[in-house]
Design a protein around this ligand. Structure first.
Ligand code: CMC
Length: 431
């Protein structure tokens, strides 16, 4: 805590309080409002948590005005350029970059936990073939709590570590099982001789009747997308995991809640919605019509993949993905990709538009990611599942940080009640 104080004065009574101010390692100070209820009998009101820091955290830092994203202090651009998803996962979970043997041990542990219980596999047969994969993944992740409940003591650090490795390892397997179920193809078991992303692609695309060789370009592209999606501090799904986890619930159940929160189009579901929108716009000529709709407050249409609660500047992840699109499409031989061309033009036109300039609406991480997923042959309904696989690392890192904190309390927001005041019950005949 710093020596700074904020003075709060109730102008009607003249009563004053001095509120402590906390200073982080970087970023704005935060005012500790815990005393205001005791001192003044009031609560704060901040729907959407626009200005509320719900926790202290050491994992990820964002400066939305400058377009900066740091994981454990490392800029996302440097991690994207030099690191791997497994290394970033280790970094987020443990706080520092691993030494070579530490990375090896971690990667080995993840690959040894990739299989899922055969009974879990049978769950998929209960879903219709066209069930949305996010519904299947969320349900199956929640079901994992039934398999690992008695053996999971959240107060035991080793149990927490095993949970972390298990869920990170099994998410691609669950995603692949959902994909194969929707295709009606046999499930392909994980292969521990392949890297994290290559194994996922193999489980997605291999079939038992012929050999399948994973494209290194595809595995590398996926690895980059996973790095970029791995964590993003207190976003809606991470906050959901923290809130659910703060009750002491089984962590697989908490992660399942995170998957559900991610699904919405305002959050991770935007990557699927962007592709649907680009297909709907169709050609460059139609862009002005759709931009007008996005600006029209009476229409529910929004430019998907644009805008962000925190970034009021370019989302640094979007810049990296846009550059990667050029590289990946060229490496895969997709030199003429009409959806990417359309996305580029849409970005260019929107960024010159007064509405988007005034509101500081820039492309976010979801604007270009779907172009790469599509080029890798991943179906549109699976895009948000890809996001969930990567974000599981962030969810787990935040859950671990919260549970290990001796000051953890159950998350329990307050409200401004605007319903009926106390009134007496009237029997049905008298109403
Ligand atoms: N298209 C048109 N107008 C927009 C858009 C958009 N995509 N985003 C924000 N606005 C307008 C909004 O109507 C409001 O205008 P006004 O001031 O005239 O009322 C202003 O910009 C501020 O928007 P807001 O809704 O108050 O901002 P928010 O911080 O509550 O919402 C958001 C952030 C990301 C939900 C929103 O920008 C949005 O819906 N974007 C489209 C969906 C999307 O791409 N989501 C992915 C987010 S990044 C990845 C992730 O989190 O998973």
């Amino acid at each position: 805590m710093s020596d700074k104080k904020f003075e709060l004065t109730d102008l009607s009574s003249g009563k004053k309080s001095l509120l402590p101010v906390h200073t982080g390692s970087i970023g704005p100070d935060v005012i500790d409002v815990a005393a205001i209820n005791k001192d003044h009998g009031v609560f704060t009101f901040d729907p959407g948590f626009g200005v509320t820091a719900a926790t202290e955290s050491k994992i990820t830092y964002i400066d939305g005005d400058a377009g900066v994203l740091l994981h454990r202090g490392y800029p996302i651009e440097q991690l994207a350029e030099n690191s791997s998803f497994m290394e970033v996962a280790y970094l987020l979970l443990n706080g520092d970059l691993p030494k070579a043997p530490e990375l090896q041990t971690f990667t080995d542990s993840i690959s040894r936990h990739t299989m899922i219980n055969e009974s879990l596999l049978r769950f998929f047969n209960g879903f219709h073939h066209n069930a949305h994969p996010m519904a299947m993944v969320s349900a199956v992740v929640a079901s994992m709590s039934a398999f690992y409940h008695d053996s999971m003591d959240i107060n035991n650090p080793r149990h927490r570590e095993i949970f972390a490795h298990r869920i990170i390892a099994k998410l691609p397997t669950i995603a692949a099982a959902a994909h194969k179920h929707s295709l009606g193809q046999p499930f392909i078991y994980p292969r521990n001789d392949l890297g994290y992303c290559a194994n996922m692609l193999n489980m997605f695309y291999a079939v038992p009747c012929e050999d399948y060789v994973v494209s290194p370009v595809a595995a590398e592209a996926l690895d980059l997308l996973f790095i970029l999606h791995a964590d993003h501090e207190q976003n809606a799904s991470t906050s959901t995991v923290r809130l659910a986890g703060s009750t002491g619930t089984n962590p697989y159940a908490a992660i399942s809640a995170g998957v559900a929160a991610l699904w919405g189009p305002a959050h991770g579901g935007a990557n699927e919605a962007v592709l649907a929108m680009l297909e709907q716009i169709g050609t460059v000529d139609n862009i002005p019509k759709y931009l007008a709709m996005a600006k029209d407050k009476s229409s529910h249409f929004r430019l998907m993949g644009f805008g962000h609660r925190v970034y009021k500047n370019f989302d640094p992840r979007a810049k990296i993905i846009r550059a990667a699109c050029h590289k990946v499409l060229a490496s895969l031989g997709h030199t003429d990709n009409p959806l990417f061309e359309l996305a580029l033009r849409l970005e260019e036109i929107a960024l010159q538009d007064e509405y988007f300039i005034q509101r500081k609406l820039y492309p976010n991480v979801d604007f270009y990611s779907g172009v790469i997923y599509s080029a890798l042959g991943i179906p549109r309904s699976m895009f948000t599942v890809m996001f969930a696989i990567a974000r599981t690392v962030g969810w787990v890192a935040h859950w671990q940080e919260m549970i290990a904190d001796p000051a953890m309390r159950i998350g329990r927001p307050r409200q401004l009640y605007t319903g009926a005041a106390k009134r007496d019950y009237v029997g049905v005949a008298q109403r």
